[in-house]
Ligand binder design. Structure first.
Ligand code: CP
Length: 306
């Protein structure tokens, strides 16, 4: 593995190795992330052309825990605003001896373009491209599910909300399928759930009653308003009434169901505060696991495994 651009097509043993490696970076109680010298002397460039709180920060922490030098390019203050192209930016950063680019971009495929044009020793990690893929989110979601549920092959997983615009949903579905989850459900209104999911073996449900009943894992997604316009935008109140996760709706799932969300959450739109802050929620552990999973990805693609 030289780059991580998508989970689609990754063999199961590669996915499992990433999760196992992530586990080695966490302490026994899974709360502390170790510092190791695996990327000492390497330069990791964080290039976030789209906003981020969790992904950018946890990549920075992960690279520092691997002892790398980390450069966060402030895109808004960079010469991209003066018309410098993406590839010219990459060429110039490469001349500064970059070893790894972590790239988030609103255009699907931007990290692929960079991977095609950078030097062979440089590694690229996709930190979310358009509505296409968010592979490290998919992997940290799998780490979280395995942590709480152990065996993928017995699970019912419901992914709820704005699936059509969600790179997280796509990466989760590829990962869940690769790891052998037998029952994957996509739950939401017809306008927000793509029909082609059925061809991927996903059950499409348009009511929460059908979609959540008996689920072991519920992954809530926010409305990605930045990718919608005009008539497509559902009203927040209507959406919450039909698809917002409340304690009443959560009671349809298994009693020990876990509730996940990649963040940012919109309280009162796709999730009620009582659920987001409740005992079933593993939303904040997801964030912590993201550090270890990103350490695993970076150390594996750099060829310096734990
Ligand atoms: N889950 C996620 O990608 O969050 P950020 O947009 O804050 O990075």
């Amino acid at each position: 593995l030289i780059h991580l651009l998508s989970i689609e097509g990754l063999p199961r043993d590669v996915v499992t190795n990433i999760l196992d490696t992530a586990g080695t970076f966490l302490s026994v109680n899974d709360r502390e992330v170790k510092k190791v010298p695996l990327l000492r002397g390497k330069s990791v460039f964080n290039l976030f052309f789209e906003n981020s709180t969790r992904t950018r920060t946890t990549f920075e922490i992960a690279a520092k825990r691997l002892s790398a030098d980390v450069i966060n390019l402030d895109i808004a203050k960079s010469s991209a605003s003066k018309g410098e192209s993406l590839l010219d930016t990459i060429a110039n950063l490469s001349a500064m001896h970059a070893d790894m680019f972590v790239v988030r971009h609103s255009e699907s495929g931007a990290p692929y373009l960079i991977a095609q044009h950078c030097a062979p020793h440089v590694h690229v990690v996709n930190a979310g491209d358009g509505r296409h893929a968010h592979p490290t989110q998919g992997l940290l979601d799998m780490y979280t599910i395995r942590h709480f549920k152990k065996d993928f092959t017995q699970l019912s997983v419901a992914i709820v909300g704005d699936i059509v615009h969600s790179r997280v949903a796509r990466s989760d579905i590829h990962a869940l399928t690769t790891l052998g989850v037998p029952d994957i459900r996509a739950v939401g209104p017809k306008t927000l759930v793509p029909g082609d999911l059925k061809a991927m073996g996903v059950r499409v449900c348009h009511t929460m009653e059908e979609g959540i009943r008996g689920a072991d894992v519920i992954i809530m997604l926010r409305l990605q308003n930045e990718r919608m316009s005009g008539a497509m935008l559902p009203s927040a109140g209507e959406f919450f009434k039909n698809y917002g996760l409340t304690d009443d709706k959560l009671a349809l799932a298994k009693p020990d169901a876990i509730v996940m969300h990649p963040g940012p959450i919109n309280r009162g739109v796709e999730i009620d505060s009582a659920v987001a802050d409740g005992t079933h929620s593993v939303i904040l552990p997801q964030v912590t696991f993201g550090i270890a999973v990103r350490m695993a990805v970076m150390s594996i693609i750099a060829g310096n495994e734990a």
